[in-house]
Structure formats: structure tokens, C-alpha cells
Design a protein around this ligand. Structure first.
Ligand SMILES: [Fe+2]
Length: 232
């Protein structure tokens, strides 16, 4: 079996290595990509549920309640995982992580002097339902400065890692918030040259939802021409 998968159109994906942000150099191939046909290795994946047997689900609520409520603006993220035909990817394993409202990650490499929030851990792992949807209750992440750069502040964003049905549908990306002035200045978001593709990285403020939270809709297209750009 030899099926050739069309390459992602140029401009719809990050160029991969950002000058001044050295970590991106370590995350992307250092040599030109070689084209080769996709085989069973790419067109198959773990059987349904297998990923989550090894990596169990972790709550869909990062905000907490009452005295253990995390500081910040309460939000709900409704993310829908679809394939290139718009069909829901039921059973996709979706991992999410983001910093707290002050812009601090719980990670030993985070040297930002913003305070940690004892009620906020910042990571979840969920499985998409029959509509391909995962829903996360959390707080809006803050902006943070990138170390060793000249006043580069990351806009508020949420990291996503998606395991679809086959290995080719693996997607690691970032979700941004609409109307943030830092979006236009962010080298990672703007490394996606095509405006429409860049727009697919930005969530949409929904008109509905609970009274005490803002709801953001976001679509993750795991592959294809309208695919969500992969962002390190
Ligand atoms: Fe980040």
C-alpha cells in the first residue's frame, strides 16, 4: 500500500525556526524534508482508547471552586477536533496546558518572576466526545516575557497536543484569543504567513455559555488544506 499525502500548502504552517527564539531551532528539522509515500506506519494508530489507557484523562476543570478557585478571568474553551473533511475525530486524546493569570507556568524552566498560583496547576488531558468536542473550564492565561529577547511578550495562549486516529493526525499547536494587541507582534503566530491560516489559530468568542464565564470556540483541524497550523 502506498498512498501519497499532499504536502501542507506553504504559508499555512509556521516556518518552524524563529530568529531570536533559539528553542524553535531544536524543535524543527535541521535539514530539508524528504518526501516519501505514507505507509501503514503513518496511516494506522493505536486502537480506540489505547492512548488513554496509558495516559489517563485528567480533569476538564483547571479553575477550581470556592476557596480553591484559581485567580483570573473564568473561561470555558470548547474545542472541536475535526479531520480535513470536517468530520469529528471522536476519541481523539487532547492534552492542554497554559500558564496562570500572571503568566507563570508550573515548570522548572520558567524563570519569569511572576507569582505561582497554589490553586492552579495548568494541564489537562481529555478525550473528544462523539461530536469531536472537548470542554475545558479554566482561567484566561496571562501574557509573559520570553527570556533573553528584546521585549518579546507572548500573547495569552493555550497549548494543545492532539492524538487523532492515525499517526499522521498528530497535531501540536497553540490557541490564541481574539482582540489581543500582542497577537500582531508575536513571532510564533506570525510565522504562519497566510492570514486565513493564522486566523485558524485564534479562538472565537461565543455568545452563549454560563453567566460567570466567557466561552471560546476553537476548531482543531488535524490535517489537510484547512489544517490548523502546527506551532511549537
Ligand atoms: Fe506558552
Amino acid at each position: 500500500m502506498a498512498i501519497v499525502i499532499a504536502p501542507r500548502p506553504a504559508g499555512t504552517q509556521s516556518q518552524g525556526v524563529e530568529p531570536g527564539y533559539d528553542v524553535t531551532r531544536l524543535r524543527w528539522p535541521g535539514q530539508a524534508l524528504q518526501r516519501r509515500p505514507a505507509t501503514r506506519s503513518e496511516l494506522t494508530g493505536p486502537p480506540p482508547g489505547a492512548v488513554l489507557r496509558r495516559l489517563p484523562q485528567v480533569r476538564g476543570d483547571l479553575a477550581g471552586h470556592g476557596a480553591r478557585r484559581a485567580l483570573g478571568q473564568l473561561i470555558h474553551i470548547r474545542a472541536r477536533v475535526v479531520d480535513e473533511d470536517g468530520a469529528p475525530v471522536r476519541g481523539a486524546a487532547v492534552e492542554i496546558w497554559h500558564c496562570n493569570a500572571a503568566g507563570k507556568y508550573i515548570h522548572p524552566s520558567d524563570s519569569h518572576d511572576a507569582p505561582a498560583d497554589p490553586n492552579f496547576y495548568g494541564a489537562a488531558r481529555m478525550v473528544a466526545d462523539d461530536r469531536g468536542v472537548i470542554e475545558l473550564r479554566t482561567i484566561k492565561p496571562g501574557a509573559y516575557p520570553v527570556p533573553d529577547t528584546e521585549r518579546w511578550w507572548r500573547p495569552p495562549h493555550v497549548h494543545f497536543s492532539v492524538w487523532g486516529r492515525v499517526w499522521l493526525s498528530r497535531l501540536v499547536t497553540q490557541m490564541f484569543f481574539p482582540g489581543e494587541p500582542l497577537n500582531e507582534l508575536d513571532p510564533i503566530l506570525n510565522a504562519v504567513r497566510e492570514p486565513q491560516a493564522r486566523g485558524r489559530c485564534i479562538a472565537r468568542l461565543a455568545p452563549d455559555g454560563p453567566e460567570n464565564a466567557l466561552v471560546y470556540d476553537y476548531q482543531l483541524v488535524v490535517r489537510g488544506r484547512e489544517g490548523t497550523p502546527a506551532l511549537p
